[in-house]
Design a protein around this ligand. Sequence first.
Ligand code: PMP
Length: 355
Amino acid sequence: MARVINFSAGPAALPEAVLSQAASEMLDWNGSGMSVMEMSHRGKEFVSIAAAAEADLRTLMNIPDNYKVLFVQGGATGQFASIPLNFSAKKADYVVTGSWGKKAAKEAAKYCEVNIAAQPDSFNRVPAQSEWTLSDDADYLHITPNETIEGVEFPFLPDVNVPIVADLSSTIMSAPIDVSKYGVIYAGAQKNIGPSGVTIVIIRDDLLGKADAKTPMVMNWEQQAANDSMLNTPPCYTWYLCGLVFKHMIANGGVAAYADVNARKAAKLYAAIDASKFYANPVDADSRSSMNVPFTLANAELDAAFLAEAKEAGLVTLKGHRSIGGMRASIYNAMPESGVDALITFMAEFEARNA
Ligand code: PMP
């Protein structure tokens, strides 16, 4: 069996040790005689799996006790609507630094007035807060700390008096954060957490209980929290796999240990791009993503050959998002440093052959 080095933006590579463990437990989880896929979500086995996953996530992210943690469905996209609904928002500020924030703002505008506090003409930087036009009566401020498509990451946390709502889909657990600085954090699982199908939502207690009466119950944070995210049948198997990833991360030193490796991975990949006239990354140095590294070739006619030869070398899913083209290397927690080294070596060889 030859496993590829997978630079997919999501669903993305998972730790091999986790996949092996899941395989070994596939037919019989922990002596239960059942696969996790076959268990009742109300049974003691699955309830213990769910509780352990939440406890381990709380440990990893150092989540304070006055925050609820949900494991729900509908993706980060579902939360784009859940957010204004759960705030019963009249007005919200959105800082748009890429495609996902733009989508979030557009969806929220169905439910409340949206003020675009900042949106650069091209998505290649995070404007300083001094450039924003914040409202004085917003119910919350929404940011996308890491824009997965454009590879734009906030180098700072906004300083505001309203709750910060942050889409951490592509950056959660990549480096330590202070959860207490946020009102709501949400993230689709399929990048740094596990397979697709679960969305993690972390909400400060005082923000619960404000939902619009028309909020669908599966999107109602307070009701989901009161039901331990089991208001209806949850995505049990995905939840279990997320739990295995959390245990694996704890065993490997926790978020801080991953942050060190992630910083090295990103630094060496950007350094290689910057040192070459053949490759380029358009993002301002201080706003570059540590998780998603888009880059272009000086001659776009070589894109197809680059991708084909990379695949031959075992390096896959390097094609950039269809909306911006070029290449993109997503280097989440499960991407080992050796994978980034292999990409850098391949890029240098390809350049030498084609420049
Ligand atoms: N926000 C960000 C930052 C993302 O990267 C993505 C998915 N790539 C989404 C939202 C949408 O997530 P989902 O497909 O889980 O709805």
